[in-house]
Design a protein around this ligand. Structure first.
Ligand code: C2E
Ligand code: MG
Ligand code: MG
Length: 555
């Protein structure tokens, strides 16, 4: 009888508690089971209906006398998230069947057990949904909880926080297929995780971005691994692909006060963003310089709208020259920012504007100003050459790009043949399709097109064979420099690029020509046009206009 009392009490408690106390339930169930001649109580839990039909569940034995027995009562409960709990109650061997009252009480045992088990399992499922993403990686919430725990235990000192982004993973996907790419990413993550100690962790924070905490002693090994590691993508054949990452690292100093996990995240994300810039190292350590850089980025983003309104951006023109005749045949429009009386070069602000979409406004502004200049030259009866304008790849997301370009040219009443649009290569298939559409459209409209910086990044054969460019601008890295060990290799590559362009009927221009020796190489290979400091630097419009009149460069 005492068990019944205990049980009644327990039910009363259960009504008041949001989560049942396992101790209370455990004792109650075990006591009731003994009293009611129950031999065994087993609960099964399935995460989904599918798991249930496949029998993929986890079971818990709530009570067991060890006697051989048969299932006497069974119940099934479906939770709000469609997980399933099943509870079987076994009667002891040789016992008489339960009478009505006993059976009712047994049902009570059963329901209580189920409530208890499903609560516990539900917690596990919600934990999984909270701390893991759909692909089974630990997520940002996990990382935040981990940092908070380390901070609470005063264990942050001696640790390193890292944000890393897999390099060109979209290309890896293209190369080996998406499914194999998924296997490679998981393999790369698992291998890195496998050797870490228990206070370390790695979490995926979306796409191919990861954050991790490890100890300082592990840092060198982690950096080596991130620099490039052959990773299996086909478990049957053992085929491997190289996976590498750019990383931002913050070494947590002694006495570091964590006010919020965002403190650490902000630092590693901005270090990682710097590491992704092509000009920087693949691993960037967060330091005071980065704080200053971050402030500079914010300042430029804030200043940009009013600077654009006040027309602080100037068009500089860099002449393009025929290397045989010395004739000035064209120009590239390059942006300069006149800020408080001094000139800011584009590499100091364009990469920042490219982080958002402000760059698009600047490019259209540049195109508009170039068109205004050309219109004025035409009206003043000056000689006019074709001017190329740079458009950032960010424009590829604009479905009306073509319309916008033509609108600007037509608004200024400039004949289309005076404008050329310079675009750089793309990294994704989607961008490639857009690029092809835009270049094709420009060609139909009689506007020139040039592929800029050809030879660095991902210039592919497909890029120049499938897209109808007019001009190929060979990047300056192809030109041999004096005292350069790699000189002959560069010259060979230059020869091939130029001959390929010629075969495809593309006009070829070499960028960054600085020496007479380089001009010699251009001539030998039949590359007719050059742009570079040897002839002229980018010039303010008045100086360029003077050159336009009748200037010939010495050859
Ligand atoms: P880019 O389009 O490849 O422009 C050529 C860059 O090479 C220019 O740098 C030019 O000054 C530099 N250059 C020319 N001749 C030589 C040379 O003989 N030696 C060396 N070392 N460099 C030479 P700049 O003006 O600093 O522009 C840098 C980049 O900024 C440009 O590279 C372009 O990507 C970007 N940029 C400039 N203006 C604009 C713009 O209006 N819109 C966009 N989206 N990007 C722009
Ligand atoms: Mg350019
Ligand atoms: Mg270029």
């Amino acid at each position: 009888m005492e068990y019944y009392i205990l049980f009644e009490e327990y039910l009363k408690k259960l009504n008041k508690m949001s989560v049942p106390d396992p101790m209370v339930i455990g004792t109650s169930v075990a006591g009731l089971c003994k009293l009611l001649r129950v031999a065994k109580v087993v609960a099964y839990f399935y995460d989904s209906f599918k798991d249930e039909s496949l029998g993929n569940g986890r079971s818990t034995c709530v009570f067991d006398t060890g006697e051989e027995c048969a299932v006497a009562v069974s119940d099934r409960l479906v939770t709000e998230i469609n997980s399933v709990a099943v509870c079987d109650v076994y009667i002891a061997k040789g016992e008489q069947p339960w009478d009505y009252n006993e059976r009712e009480r047994i049902m009570l045992v059963l329901k209580t057990t189920m409530a208890f088990i499903s609560r516990l399992r539900l917690k596990q499922v919600t934990d999984r949904l909270t701390f893991y993403d759909a692909d089974g990686y630990q997520n940002l919430r996990y990382f935040i909880a981990h940092i908070e725990k380390l901070s609470l235990d005063d264990h942050l000192f001696g640790k390193v926080a890292i944000h890393f982004n897999l390099k060109h993973f979209s290309l890896v996907n293209q190369q080996i297929g998406r499914e194999a790419g998924t296997v490679a990413m998981k393999g790369y993550y698992n291998t890195l995780r496998s050797d870490l100690d228990e206070e370390s962790t790695i979490c995926r924070v979306g796409g191919d971005n990861f954050v991790m905490i490890c100890s300082r002693t592990e840092l060198n090994r982690v950096i080596d691994y991130l620099a490039g590691s052959a990773t299996i993508y086909d478990r049957d054949t053992g085929d491997r692909v190289m996976v590498s990452a750019c990383a931002g690292v913050f070494i947590i100093p002694e006495g570091f006060e964590l006010t919020s996990p965002g403190d650490i995240l902000d630092k590693i994300i901005s270090a990682s963003q710097s590491a992704r810039q092509p000009a920087n190292n693949d691993v960037v350590y967060f330091n005071a310089v980065m704080v200053a850089n971050k402030e500079r980025i914010v300042r430029i983003q804030q200043l940009f709208p009013s600077a654009l309104k006040k027309e602080e951006f100037l068009v500089y023109y860099q002449p393009k020259v025929n290397v045989e005749t010395g004739e000035l045949t064209g120009a590239e429009a390059l942006c300069r920012w006149l800020r408080n009386g001094s000139i800011v070069p584009p590499l100091e602000f364009i990469p920042i504007l490219e982080q958002g979409t402000e760059i698009c406004k600047l490019d259209f502004y540049m195109l508009d100003h170039v068109c205004r200049d050309i219109r004025r030259w035409l009206d003043e009866g000056r000689p006019v050459v074709r001017v190329s304008v740079n458009l950032s790849r960010k424009h590829m997301a604009d479905v009306d790009l073509l319309k916008h370009i033509i609108e600007i040219i037509d608004r200024n009443n400039v004949p289309h043949q005076y404008i050329e649009i310079e675009l750089t290569e793309t990294t994704t298939d989607v961008e490639f399709r857009d690029l092809k559409r835009v270049v094709g459209g420009l060609q139909k409209a009689g506007v020139g097109t040039a592929v800029d910086d050809f030879g660095i990044g991902y210039s592919s054969l497909k890029l120049i064979t499938e897209i109808p460019w007019d001009v190929l601008k060979v990047d300056k890295s192809f030109l041999p420099l004096e005292g350069d060990d790699d000189s002959s290799n560069r010259a060979i590559m230059f020869t091939h690029v130029v001959s390929m362009a010629q075969k495809l009927g593309l006009e070829c221009i070499a960028e960054g020509v600085e020496t007479a020796q380089q001009v010699g190489i251009l001539r030998e290979n039949g590359c007719k046009f050059a742009q570079g400091f040897l002839y002229d630097r980018p010039l303010p419009v008045e100086q360029f206009e003077e050159k336009l009149v009748s200037h010939h460069y010495s050859v």
